[in-house]
Design a protein around this ligand. Structure first.
Ligand code: SAM
Length: 342
């Protein structure tokens, strides 16, 4: 009998897949390797993934990344197929390679899949883009088989320092992004100013081209791409959802300190909680089981404002080396015969 792989085994597979998928593409993609690894380290700690031994249904990824990196890792870990979906799917099909990945154009707001068709719904860096969270969670429950696994994360959330989520191309052709231009907009400008004030700031203090400044200011306050929900609003939506065994991990942006006035108005938790990750199971059986369990295990983490979700390269385990260098997905086919449980 083959022993179940440990989390270290699984993280070694994550590392190998991310390296094979992202190394040698672009510097930006390579810089995402530790970030994605952190996501899977967090996921594997909290959740038992479905496998081809526990389910015959594929995994649904919403908002798939452009290299299908998460989808390929999910194939490797589960031995199941993945339906990789996004509003924009240009170029994705050409990246599938030998993996059992089906690319589907789909809007998060309208999951166009039959009932009980997936063993897991996975969405990374998507929470802030979901406009009707209650409806979306009901839809996730509908498309999952009973006991199916839910993993969703996202940020920056709107009430956090960079919750403006600047991500827009100005008429000049310049791309304005919150990650690459962290000092362009003041922290919490989306809560403390309005469109005209932001335009004024960009043109007078930052010397930005007027048309671009107008585009950025307009995006912050009007873009339909952001749901403008606080961490509390998102948490409340999950609490109302039919998911069982719900756990969440907040991440905090510790460097930015909100004014006393902001804290008074919005509360420290929402102002500093930069991101949230949720884990749960669907279906009536799971719901009944969860009803018997008190669900306040996250309270202490939030009280302490610990950076609970920020799993990074420093907390990685030493990867084990596979002595037989075969294509990753072929290796996964035999690996799928093992049960990937913790
Ligand atoms: C921040 S990116 C995250 C991408 C990827 N999950 C990752 O981990 O890198 C958000 C993704 O959600 C997609 N997205 C945004 N709104 C969407 C919608 N309404 N329906 C489907 N996908 C959407 C975007 O196209 C984008 O690829």
């Amino acid at each position: 009998m083959t022993a179940s792989p440990t989390i270290e085994d699984q993280l070694a597979a994550v590392d190998a897949t991310l390296d094979a998928t992202l190394m040698g593409t672009t510097k930006w993609n390579e810089s995402r390797i530790p970030v994605l690894r952190g996501t899977f380290a967090r996921l594997l700690k909290q959740v038992t993934l479905p496998t081809s031994e526990t389910s015959s249904k594929p995994i649904l990824e919403i908002g798939s990344d452009g290299q299908l990196a998460s989808a390929k890792v999910l194939c490797e870990l589960s031995g199941l197929g993945v339906t990789a979906s996004n509003l924009v799917v240009k170029g994705l099909q050409s990246r599938v390679g030998e993996y059992p990945i089906t690319v589907r154009q789909n809007d998060i707001g309208a999951l166009d899949f039959p009932d009980s068709s997936f063993s897991m719904v996975y969405g990374r860096a998507v929470l802030e883009h979901i406009s009707d969270m209650d409806d979306f969670l009901l839809e996730c429950d509908r498309v999952l088989e009973t006991g199916g696994v839910l993993y969703l994360d996202g940020g920056p959330l709107f009430y956090s320092p960079r919750g403006h989520h600047m991500a827009v191309k100005g008429p000049s052709g310049t791309h304005y992004g919150f990650a690459g231009m962290p000092d362009l907009l003041p922290n919490w400008c989306q809560l403390e100013s309005n469109e005209d004030e932001l335009f004024e700031h960009l043109t007078t203090v930052k010397d930005i081209d007027e048309a671009d400044a107008r585009a950025v200011a307009h995006y912050v306050f009007n873009s339909p791409e952001q749901n403008r929900m606080s961490a509390t609003m998102v948490k409340d939506a999950f609490a109302r959802s039919p998911f069982a065994h719900l756990e969440h991990e907040p991440t905090f942006m510790k460097k930015a300190v909100p004014s006393a006035e902001l804290v008074e108005k919005y509360g420290e938790f929402d102002l500093t909680c930069n991101g949230l990750a949720f884990f749960g199971n669907s279906g009536p059986e799971a719901a009944a089981a969860a009803a018997a369990v008190p669900s306040n295990s996250n309270a202490a983490a939030e009280q302490s404002h610990s950076n609970a979700g920020a799993a990074g390269p420093s907390d990685t385990a030493t990867p084990t080396t596979d002595p037989t260098p075969r294509p990753l997905w072929r290796r996964a086919a035999s690996k799928a015969k093992r049960t990937l449980t913790r």
